[in-house]
Design a protein around this ligand. Structure first.
Ligand SMILES: C[S@@+](CC[C@H](N)C(=O)[O-])C[C@H]1O[C@@H](n2cnc3c(N)ncnc32)[C@H](O)[C@@H]1O
Length: 377
């Protein structure tokens, strides 16, 4: 059985992943969360009401454990925010004690403690470290926590460059903390994010906020998908599922100007990038943009086409299970005769997974690396 009770100095807390799965195999927090909570328990004095900013909490373990300090919590993940609310309720804590911010709008206050769970993407860490300069005072204690394998030399260098001199903790259960001494005299460069690249064979400049999948250039799988997108009047209601910067839906809309597009991603930065890209592209198509968990907010039998380049990670966890959920939900959300188009690396075997849910599964195109598959109801 997966452990759901987190025993830390702040208490015995129930922390679940989101969405809740019956046979969940993965725990909702890790040794780095425990280590950080252990460490700050000795430093945070409730009586002096220290102000606390938490960045990139996974499923709310940090926010729930530190809720007595009414922390501000910044995340790029819709799922992380939903998990935080769920876990606060589960532990009978008023949801409003924690102030949740999406990664595009940081609080502007000064903080005594800034606690950062090292993110998977270095670019996201860089963007956060630059943008949190407004939150620093000379006395702010900045602590970055992560599993040793996620704390590369680049992470250390980045923390030193944007905050100040770093000191390592000893490693405990393969987790480590980086303490950074704020140096307000550093010259902090202008934030390079969002970054833009020209989309090949088009006039479009593609906007990519820092936490976007393949933010520096077009992903090879996406390129293969773009070259084979369908065109037909029957595709009226169309989802770009896990849209990232939205190039798949954007090029589909350019080919199918009468379609109505729905862009969805669990990353707030992805949805913001997709919206900016679509609005700059001046297509006549109508579109909606929403942060959400896969197709949870879509009505059954409401869509004609779903376009998907599935994620292979959720935060730091490899996630074939997310692709499977997306396929299962697609089956429900598609109308009779509706189609799910999936691009993937050959070795991921999406062909086999799709057959679990769809009776008609067909390869549309393939090359040595990628397969584009159509699954129909
Ligand atoms: C492989 S990327 C594809 C991005 C884009 N469609 C492309 O082809 O460049 C997968 C995307 O799925 C998103 N994602 C991961 N889990 C999700 C979930 N549960 N619901 C919605 N989107 C999710 C990720 O944030 C990421 O943007």
């Amino acid at each position: 059985m997966t452990e759901t009770t987190m025993q830390v100095p702040q208490g015995r807390l129930q922390i679940l992943r989101f969405p809740i799965e019956k046979h969940e195999k993965l725990q909702a927090w890790d040794a780095a969360d425990e280590y950080l909570l252990q460490n700050v328990a000795e430093k945070l004095e409730l009586d002096s009401q220290p102000s606390v900013l938490i960045i990139n909490d996974s499923f709310g373990a940090l926010a729930v454990a530190l809720s007595a300090y009414k922390p501000c919590v910044v995340s790029d993940s819709f799922i992380s925010q939903a998990a935080t609310r769920q876990n606060l309720i589960l532990n009978e804590i008023d949801v409003d004690t924690v102030r949740l911010f999406n990664s595009l709008v940081l609080p502007q206050d000064k903080f005594d403690f800034i606690l950062i769970k090292a993110p998977k993407t270095l670019a996201f860490l860089e963007d956060m470290l630059i943008r949190l300069q407004v939150n620093l005072t000379a006395n702010t204690q900045v602590i970055v926590a992560g599993m040793v394998k996620h704390l590369s030399a680049s992470v250390w260098q980045m923390v030193a460059r944007y905050i100040g001199a770093t000191t390592p903790s000893k490693a405990v259960k393969k987790a480590r903390l980086i303490y950074a001494q704020v140096d307000l005299n550093r010259a902090v460069p202008i934030n390079p994010y969002p970054v833009y690249y020209p989309l090949e064979n088009t006039q479009y400049q593609i906007c990519n906020h820092a936490n976007i999948f393949s933010h520096k250039s077009l992903d090879m799988g996406t390129r293969f998908f773009l070259a084979h997108l369908p065109q037909a009047e029957k595709y009226q209601q169309v989802v770009d599922l896990g849209c990232g910067n939205g190039v798949v839906g954007l090029i589909f809309a350019a080919k199918n100007p009468n379609a109505q597009l729905h862009f969805v991603d669990e990353s707030f930065m992805a949805v913001a990038s997709a919206e900016e890209n679509f609005k700059q592209a001046v297509t006549t198509a109508i579109a909606s943009f929403q942060a959400g968990d896969a197709l949870t907010d879509f009505a059954d039998k409401s869509m004609d086409l779903i376009l998907c380049n599935p994620p292979f990670h959720q935060q730091n966890t490899v996630g074939g299970h997310i692709a499977l959920r997306m396929f299962e939900q697609s089956k429900k959300v598609l109308r009779q005769g509706g189609e799910l188009w999936v691009i993937g690396n050959r070795h991921l075997g999406y062909h086999v997974s799709l057959k679990k849910f769809f009776s008609n599964v067909e390869v549309i195109a393939s090359n040595t690396k990628f397969v584009l598959i159509k699954a129909a109801n």
